[in-house]
Design a protein around this ligand. Structure first.
Ligand code: PEP
Ligand code: MN
Length: 293
């Protein structure tokens, strides 16, 4: 390693736990963060939030500012979307995660959500990273499309060096030669990052695969290799999703996944939260034993 990892380097005595609202990321349990790619309406968020509450999930995701490949695609609801997230998080007692793409958007989003996401395309937006280091909301930092793990950790260093220690690293798939999946889920990177850094490492099976049918198996693989949480996209009517429709789970698939992830987490010695356990206990034993990783 040519550049020193001053703040992110693994320390044998300490693993960081980052709180998103009252959800601990990096502790014993493996929480799920779920919600639509983009905030679209109050009704949309309400349906998602109801499923989250029933499944024991305490964090909702939703983009108000969307980094779209085409300038002609839906760009997000902006301020109105942030206000909807705020309303929903209060009504359902959830913590909210949203993406910011510029320094200006940090100030706009800060009071409406519990965690700020840096998307893959902005992993090396150094001004944005520096500004996130100067404020106190936790940051969910996604790995860039072609970033090495050292570049990824150096991006995190920018935030920690500024004085904000609450950074969560997210593997969301990288570019490769194959186009059968949207990206290539680098599960090895999750395991390797956990050897390199004390920061929590989570997996995003939605952007990694880009295909609804592959989201659950990829999520299970992430938990099996040691991911500290999963962030997943879900929508009440997936095909009507204004962005990332092909990878959105429907709400039944989401509850099933939360339940299945609990089993995988338990199998690898990461018991889940009490709420999830209670929920699990209601399901027939034979279903509970059918673990497929
Ligand atoms: C997202 O979370 O909706 C998103 C745009 O993710 P990524 O930056 O990983 O593409
Ligand atoms: Mn998305």
């Amino acid at each position: 390693m040519s550049t020193p990892m001053k703040h992110t380097k693994k320390n044998d005595d300490h693993r960081s736990v980052v709180m998103i609202g009252d959800t601990a990321v990096g502790g014993q349990s493996v929480p799920v963060i779920a919600g639509p790619c983009a905030v679209e309406s109050y009704e949309q968020l309400k349906h998602v939030a109801e499923t989250l509450v029933q499944s024991g999930v305490k964090c909702i995701r939703g983009g108000a500012f969307k980094p779209r490949t085409s300038p002609y695609s839906f760009q997000g609801m902006g301020m109105e979307g942030l206000m909807l997230l705020d309303q929903i998080r209060k009504e359902y007692n959830l913590a909210a995660v949203t993406e910011v793409m510029s320094v200006e958007q940090i100030g706009m989003a800060q009071d409406y959500v519990d965690c700020l996401q840096v998307g893959a395309r902005n992993m090396q937006n150094f001004d944005l990273l520096k500004a996130l280091g100067q404020q106190r909301k936790p940051v969910l930092l996604k790995r860039g499309l072609t970033a090495t793990l050292q570049e990824f950790l150096m991006a995190a260093e920018y935030i920690l060096a500024g004085g904000n220690n609450d950074v969560i690293l997210c593997e969301r798939g990288i570019r490769s030669f194959d186009t059968e999946t949207r990206n290539v889920l680098d599960v090895g990177a999750i395991a390797r990052l956990k050897e390199m850094t004390h920061l929590p490492v989570i997996g995003d099976p939605s952007h990694a695969t880009g295909k609804r049918s592959l989201v659950a198996p990829a999520a299970k693989a992430c938990v099996a290799v040691g991911a500290d949480a999963i962030i997943v996209e879900a929508h009440p009517v997936p095909h009507e999703s204004v962005s990332d429709a092909d990878q959105a789970l429907c709400l039944d698939e989401l509850s099933q996944l939360v339940s299945d992830l609990h089993l995988v987490a338990t199998a690898v010695g990461r018991p889940s939260t009490a709420t999830e356990r209670m929920d699990e206990a209601k399901r027939p034993l034979e279903r509970r034993l059918r673990v497929a990783v």
